[in-house]
Design a protein around this ligand. Structure first.
Ligand SMILES: [Zn+2]
Length: 165
């Protein structure tokens, strides 16, 4: 099944679960409710409401553009998550990259539908699907990634012990 941007209802980034809406009406409402918004009167691809924890995407774009917009807004969410102001007024290149890169990598790893929509139709996703046939996927889908990893390590330790005995 192909995951579309409009199928992504939310994603976790930092301590916030960000709702995602693909809605022209919501976009216009958000912009008009803030008379000082720089986007006033412009056509906007998307926006991130850092007070409401809400990403809104203009649905009148191609799927490729919507993916790029979702990714763009995720960077705004990550910037919010790292407390943007902590970077100071003139952050160095590495100060920005260090903080954003780990938050964004964590966001990709924690959010299946979000990452699937971003990778949809890509050679990367085709590769992952191919690898998935090699039984490398978690056996217990109800468990979180972290829980599954712990369980797998335990099973590995048990197997190692059995070999020694
Ligand atoms: Zn932006």
């Amino acid at each position: 099944m192909t995951m579309k941007v409009s199928d992504v209802l939310a994603f976790d980034c930092g301590p916030v679960t960000w709702r995602v809406s693909c809605s022209d009406i919501m976009l216009k409402e958000k912009i008009s409710s803030d008379p000082d918004a720089p986007a006033q009167g412009l056509v906007v691809a998307g926006l991130t409401d850092c007070i409401g924890g809400h990403v809104v995407i203009n649905p009148e774009q191609s799927e490729d553009h919507m993916r790029a917009t979702l990714w763009h807004e995720a960077w705004h969410a990550a910037y919010d998550a790292i407390g943007g102001l902590r970077l100071g007024s003139e952050p160095t290149e590495d100060e920005v990259i260090l903080q954003l890169s780990s938050t964004l990598l964590d966001t990709l790893r924690r959010n299946g539908p979000f990452t699937a929509a971003l990778l949809s139709g890509s050679t990367a996703l085709a590769y992952i699907k191919e690898q998935g046939q090699d039984n490398d996927l978690p056996e217990h889908h109800g468990q979180s990634g972290a829980q599954e990893q712990i369980a797998r390590n335990r099973r590995g330790t048990r197997r190692a012990k059995n070999r020694l005995e």
